[in-house]
Design a protein around this ligand. Structure first.
Ligand SMILES: Cc1cc2nc3c(=O)[nH]c(=O)nc-3n(C[C@H](O)[C@H](O)[C@H](O)COP(=O)(O)O)c2cc1C
Length: 178
């Protein structure tokens, strides 16, 4: 299955329950290509990725925060790392790569979940989470660990998203007008 980008945007949900079916190398290559081709500020490679297919490692990574226990069940994980020394846009670059990955996964009939690691408000919490991942994966201290996405075939078929009204977030020509 391959869907166009608008169809993938409509279909995408966070999937936190996975079947045991592995992801083929062909599909994994498509997913890494989505990451590779994602845009960055000044076209700098300010984000790097670690592909995790080792199940015991996924289980260890699932303990990075209490909010990514689903990673233990995932067929694969992608750790997104940001290089703040290389670009002032490292966080945006890393985030947009994650968005591309999520849509590419949906387009391939896979589910994905986002596990936040970097925490912008609580530096000590962020350091603790990031250091846990750095130690497991030998990531140099100067690199930031932004997120871990879990990927796999969904064990559930979630309904379409219930959304707040568009007025909540859209303005026309000036703030406050709809
Ligand atoms: C920046 C960001 C951080 C997130 N962090 C987590 C997380 O740590 N754990 C988790 O299970 N889901 C996390 N999510 C998933 C959101 O909770 C989820 O996307 C949101 O509730 C909307 O649901 P939907 O993806 O099905 O539309 C995160 C999503 C984003 C974009």
């Amino acid at each position: 299955m391959n869907m166009d980008v608008l169809a993938a945007i409509q279909k995408r949900r966070e999937i936190t329950s996975f079947k045991e079916t592995p992801i083929s190398d062909t599909d994994l290559n498509k997913l890494t290509m989505a990451l590779y081709l994602s845009p960055t500020g000044n076209n700098l490679p300010s984000r790097e990725f670690i592909v995790i297919t080792n199940k015991p490692l996924l289980a260890q990574l699932s303990k990075t925060t209490p909010y990514m226990q689903w990673l233990e069940q995932a067929a694969a994980g992608i750790v997104i790392i940001g290089n703040e020394e290389l670009s002032k846009y490292w966080l945006q670059d890393a985030s947009i790569a994650g968005g591309y990955l999520w849509l590419a996964a949906t387009s391939l009939g896979l589910g994905a979940a986002w596990g936040a690691v970097y925490h912008s408000e609580d530096h000590s919490e962020s350091s603790q989470r990031e250091n846990y991942v750095r130690e497991l994966l030998d990531i140099p201290a100067k690199l930031r660990v932004v997120a871990i996405l879990g990927l796999g075939y969904s064990a559930i078929d979630p309904p379409p998203k219930e959304m707040y009204s568009q007025d909540t977030v859209f303005h026309l020509n000036s703030f406050g007008s709809q």
